[in-house]
Design a protein around this ligand. Structure first.
Ligand SMILES: Nc1nc2c(c(=O)[nH]1)N[C@H]1C(S)=C(S)[C@@H](COP(=O)(O)O)O[C@H]1N2
Ligand SMILES: [Mo]
Length: 199
């Protein structure tokens, strides 16, 4: 009866340190869409980045898929209070997509197929913090979850992770998107519980 490991409690360590305030854990993968799931044809899929001078950089599906691939394993946090740990994705880092883009912009405004929009500082898309993903749990991303490809910005509330992403405009000013215009926080840090405008 003399073996003793410091910190051992006889059950798996709680994950509470990975759960932002006001969130609960879910094993499911809820679907949250403000409108219908758009049909996006891969032959016509195009993703583009436009800088603050109007210069456009764009990728067809084969061009996008030939870029360096990463496999982020991340925790995601929806403002409706569910969090999901260790989600497994595959896609292209925004650092890769922005590599040859000339810009001094501070903000990004994202537009999806179907018309959804969201905004964030450009800084939050760079430095290994954001991806455009096409695979979840080893399978093609389900259309309901944003397939063929969605933005993934796991350090912000999940409404920033635009499904069916189509384009990013780089801007000198912050332009609120769909939920931000409806009263949600313009930044949306789950660890600071930035749910609504005045949080
Ligand atoms: N295009 C688009 N992207 C979107 C949304 C949406 O309605 N349309 N909802 C956002 C919200 S509020 C959340 S929580 C997540 C939900 O992603 P999921 O349906 O894959 O769980 O997508 C975000 N991205
Ligand atoms: Mo959400």
């Amino acid at each position: 009866m003399s073996t003793f490991s410091p910190g051992f409690q006889g059950r798996p360590r709680p994950q509470d340190d990975r759960l932002p305030p006001g969130q609960y854990l879910t094993e499911d993968f809820p679907v949250l869409s403000a409108g219908p799931t758009p049909a996006v044809d891969l032959d016509r899929w195009q993703f583009s980045i436009t800088n603050e001078t109007g210069r456009q950089y764009s990728w067809s599906w084969p061009q996008f898929m030939s870029l360096a691939q990463q496999r982020p394993h991340v925790d995601i946090h929806c403002v409706t209070r569910w969090s999901k740990l260790d989600t497994a994705w595959q896609g292209v880092s925004l650092d890769t997509l922005l590599e040859n883009v000339v810009t001094d912009a501070e903000f990004a405004h994202i537009t999806s197929y179907g018309g959804y929009t969201t905004n964030l500082p450009l800084e939050d898309l760079t430095g290994g913090k954001a991806w455009i993903v096409h695979t979840f749990d080893g399978a093609d991303l389900d259309p309901e979850h944003g397939g063929p490809a969605r933005l993934l910005v796991p350090h912000l509330y999940f409404w920033k992770s635009a499904k069916w992403v189509k384009s990013i405009r780089l801007l000198d000013y912050d332009e609120p998107g769909f939920w931000e215009t409806a009263g949600y926080h313009s930044y949306g840090d789950p660890w600071r519980e930035q749910r609504y405008q005045d949080d």
